[in-house]
Write a protein that binds this ligand. Structure first.
Ligand code: NAD
Length: 545
């Protein structure tokens, strides 16, 4: 960074968020870098700046205002932004990520102030390489890209979905320490089929319906090829694509480039980790359990496949392993006789009579765990949770749909309807619940525990691929970091305050897979942990003179 720094001075320096220190520039820096008079005279420490930021942040009366405040801080001074977010992750992650980022995406065009990230639209076809060249940072290692078709559980938000790549990459830096200058958020504006957005004059995207079919595939192919040419060391994370495209893009590119789909693979790892931890409360083995999903899309099917891998590693035959995972979609239980099943559901369509509701499916299959990934508010009704509690001493209830408004049930409902016996986790955070004198702390089953560490491991090792085995070891590593104290609180994930430690441990495990499988660009260093650590950005001010 130093060379780059010495090219900048005066207003240019103040306007570069990666270099700006605001009122913390020292007297010598102000003198030598042409800053005298451009800053208020009193020099403050970073700690004083942090106090000011926290005070302003906490004074905001709505989460959306807090989001806007943090984004504008990020635009001014990234070091201060990452410092405050890293030190207050429990308080700020729900603002920069789910659930508030969902609200922000819904209103994006209405509070829009300035463009962030890179937009590539269908009008840029044939010129994508040139557009990538407009990005100011050359050494990109992590790209999060969306086409906005399935933003959280909120549906097609078109170009407004840019909030998701921006938020995810903020977590790569805050949770794992990837350098912000190595991260690139991209929105592929291929239109939107949401009529209210098309009719909104303040919508920021192209007012066109979605590009589909071969033309869409060609656009994506040009994009992927251009990224490979322009940023050859970058890992490309697909995020919040509609499920038909998500599965086929993963299939098409996973063996060709360094890529993964977090909705399919990251969610799977965080869920598998939660299931493994819950066994420490219930006893028994994963191989003895049956899992019932509400929702058979990217998240659900991804989790199903990783559970199958986990069971195979316990010696269960693949077909038997699959039969332990059952899915309910909007048409009822996914069974072999159904003629309406899309390809990704078929591996989990087992022989069974038709069953139309979740409750009947619970009664028929007697699962140990119920996993909600349907984006349907209230999908876990009182009778469903009560049935789970009747069938299991400690029913596992994961309401993973985001944002909070889409959760299949709330933490309070899960605990109340199971007389406090549920082992509960949710995708977006819920506050602890006190019931009959006992306080239950819900776990946040969010892939934020997984993707930052996987990304850091892939980047540090220079892995040329992201494999399912990497997500499997990430899940194992995460589960291994859950303490007895966490479990005593009912929480099946580590405290969010430990997320950097978690991400670093996952990164080391993932990098080890890259070396073991011959995927790393460089030879294995003596200390993989040391290598990973060397990639970790610390949000502290550099001395400039
Ligand atoms: P998707 O669109 O691929 O799949 C949704 C699935 O739900 C589909 O199979 C659909 O048929 C089913 N469905 C819809 N309505 C239903 C109903 N009324 N009853 C039963 N099934 C119904 O979406 P996805 O990527 O799988 O995501 C689903 C949800 O999971 C979203 O809310 C998303 O935010 C959440 N999610 C959470 C995490 C996390 O980390 N916790 C990660 C990824 C996705």
């Amino acid at each position: 960074m130093k060379n780059y720094l010495h090219l900048k001075r005066g207003v240019d320096l103040l306007h570069d968020p990666l270099l700006n220190k605001g009122t913390a520039f020292t007297a010598a820096e102000r003198e030598q870098l042409g800053l005298r008079g451009l800053l208020s005279p009193r020099i403050t420490t970073m700690h004083e700046q942090l106090d000011r930021v926290l005070e302003s942040f906490r004074r905001k009366t709505s989460d959306l205002e807090k989001y806007i405040y943090l984004v504008s801080l990020q635009e001014r001074n990234e070091t201060l932004f990452y410092r405050v977010v890293t030190e207050n992750l429990g308080e700020m992650m729900p603002i920069i990520y789910t659930p508030t980022v969902g609200l922000a995406c819904q209103k994006w065009g209405h509070f829009f102030r300035r463009s962030r990230g890179l937009y590539i639209s269908t009008e840029d076809r044939g010129q994508i390489t040139r557009i990538l060249g407009n990005w100011p940072h050359p050494d990109i290692r992590m790209i999060v890209v969306t086409d906005g078709e399935r933003i959280l559980g909120l549906g097609d938000l078109g170009a407004n979905g840019m909030g998701i790549p921006l938020g995810k990459l903020s977590l790569y830096t805050a949770c794992a320490g990837l350098h912000p200058a190595q991260c690139l958020p991209i929105m592929l504006d291929v239109g939107t089929d949401t009529e209210s957005l098309l009719a909104d004059p303040l919508y920021i995207g192209l007012p066109n319906h979605r590009l589909r079919g071969p033309a869409y595939d060609e656009f994506l192919e040009e994009f992927v090829t251009s990224v490979q040419m322009f940023f050859p060391k970058a890992c490309l994370q697909f995020e919040d694509f509609g499920n038909a495209n998500a599965f086929s893009l993963l299939q098409r590119y996973r063996d060709r480039i360094c890529t993964f789909n977090d909705d399919i693979q990251g969610t799977a790892a965080v869920t598998l980790a939660g299931l493994a931890s819950s066994l420490r409360l219930t006893g028994g083995r994963l191989a003895d359990r049956k899992f019932l999903f509400l929702g058979a899309g990217e998240a659900g099917i991804g989790i199903g496949h990783l559970i199958v891998e986990a069971l195979k590693s316990e010696g269960v035959a693949e077909e038997t392993a699959r039969r332990q995972c059952w899915f309910v979609d909007s048409k009822g239980l996914v069974v072999r006789g159904r003629t309406d099943l899309v390809e990704h559901k078929k591996p989990f369509a087992h022989e069974h009579r038709a069953v139309s509701t979740l409750l009947e499916s619970v009664e028929a299959l007697k699962p140990a765990a119920l996993i909600g990934v349907s984006g349907t508010t209230g999908g876990f009704t009182q009778p469903v949770v009560e049935a789970m509690a009747r069938l299991n001493p400690r029913p596992v209830i994961f309401a993973l749909s985001n944002p909070t408004s889409k959760a299949e049930c709330t933490a309070e409902q899960a605990y109340a309807w199971s007389a406090g016996r549920a082992i509960f986790a949710s995708g977006s955070p819920f506050a602890p619940v006190t019931l009959g004198g006992t306080t239950h702390v819900p776990g946040q089953g969010n892939n934020a525990y997984i993707f930052p560490g996987v990304g850091l491991g892939v980047v540090a090792s220079g892995s040329t691929r992201v494999t399912d085995e990497m997500f499997f070891v990430a899940a194992k590593t995460l589960a291994g970091l859950v303490t007895d104290a966490d479990l005593a609180l009912g929480r099946i994930y580590p405290d969010l305050a430990r997320i950097r430690e978690v991400s670093l441990a996952i990164a080391v495990a993932v990098a080890e897979v890259a070396y073991a499988r011959g995927l790393a660009r460089e030879a294995r260093p003596e200390s993989v942990a040391g290598l990973v650590q060397s990639y970790v950005y610390q949000p502290v001010y550099a001395d400039y003179v």
